[in-house]
Design a protein around this ligand. Structure first.
Ligand SMILES: Nc1ncnc2c1ncn2[C@@H]1O[C@H](COP(=O)(O)OP(=O)(O)OP(=O)(O)O)[C@@H](O)[C@H]1O
Length: 276
């Protein structure tokens, strides 16, 4: 089967112009990484701040151009530096950002936030846009009454549910989740992770999940790529990478990370739900 996402030796440089006192320089943010993600699977990308995770996320989401290498989505090469992006390709990949407080326009009602991608990218009529947004609210665990409310009326976890709903409005194939639960309390993190797992099952979604939190990665990933200074120093199945890390950086990273038991939190939430 053709993978939903394939990256071949992807590179991204940033050119920083010089000034009177500083020479111009080039930052090699991503130095040639290759990976594939099959439909319905989750690739987690981990690494410390500055290793190139967000740059990679922006290339995969077709926000940033690729400096060198190839990226294929559903087997089709994408190169936004040389070819205009079609609405069809744009709708295939959507992103959810870390900060649910900054990523939603505070002046727009939830209904407008959800229908906006349809207004911009499709010819779906207004009535159907509303119906689809209402249905999506329910899919992410919110209610129809939330349609007319503003983002400030929601908790962090609810806002992240809205951001996920917005990302799904165009029926994407691939979701790039850039630290989607890092800003949330632990118990809320588990709820949002459960939601993402349910949505993945229901819509056969493919995830690229960027995180610095190894306990979260262990919970959700099928495959794991560890990045270090722009390079993929480790790439394999979750069990391979966690069970038998090869690179010294990965070993140090794992040794330095306290394990938060997400499974235990999830079980506790389920128990509470049963009691309530
Ligand atoms: N727009 C830019 N212009 C110049 N350099 C940049 C730009 N964006 C990122 N960089 C540099 O590229 C490298 C990788 O940054 P990137 O933000 O992708 O890393 P990251 O792993 O996502 O870090 P964080 O978790 O802190 O966001 C860093 O050295 C960063 O300073």
């Amino acid at each position: 089967m053709t993978p939903v996402l394939e990256a071949r030796n992807l590179k991204r440089d940033y050119h920083i112009p010089g000034s009177l006192f500083k020479p111009a320089k080039t930052v090699h943010a991503v130095k040639g990484v290759s990976f594939t993600v099959e439909q319905g699977k989750t690739l987690a990308i981990v690494g410390e701040s500055g290793c190139g995770k967000s740059t990679l996320a922006r290339m995969v989401t077709m926000i940033d151009p690729i400096t060198e290498g190839d990226m294929l989505i559903d087997g089709r090469k994408v190169d936004i530096a040389h070819e205009p992006l079609t609405a069809e390709m744009r709708s295939k990949v959507q992103i959810v950002f870390q900060n649910p407080y900054g990523s939603l326009n505070p002046r727009k009602k939830i209904g407008d936030i959800l229908t906006e991608p349809l207004v911009i990218n499709t010819k779906v009529p207004a009535g159907e846009r509303r119906d689809r947004a209402m249905a999506m609210l329910k899919k992410v665990g919110l209610e129809e009454k939330h349609y007319g409310r503003y983002p400030h009326m929601f908790s962090g976890g609810q806002r992240q549910r809205v951001a996920i709903a917005r990302a799904l409005m165009l029926n994407p194939r691939l979701l790039v989740l850039d630290e989607p639960v890092s800003a949330l309390d632990l118990s809320v993190q588990a709820q949002v992770l459960n939601l993402l797992a349910d949505l993945q099952d229901e819509f056969k979604l493919t995830y690229v999940f960027i995180s610095h939190d190894l306990s979260v990665v262990r919970h959700i990933a099928d495959d794991v790529m560890v990045m270090y200074f722009g390079e993929a120093v480790e790439y394999g199945s979750r069990d391979q990478v966690f069970g038998n890390p090869q690179h010294s950086y990965t070993k140090t990273l794992f040794a330095a990370t306290p394990r938060v038991d997400v499974d235990a939190i999830r079980a506790r939430i389920e128990r509470r739900k049963r009691v309530a």
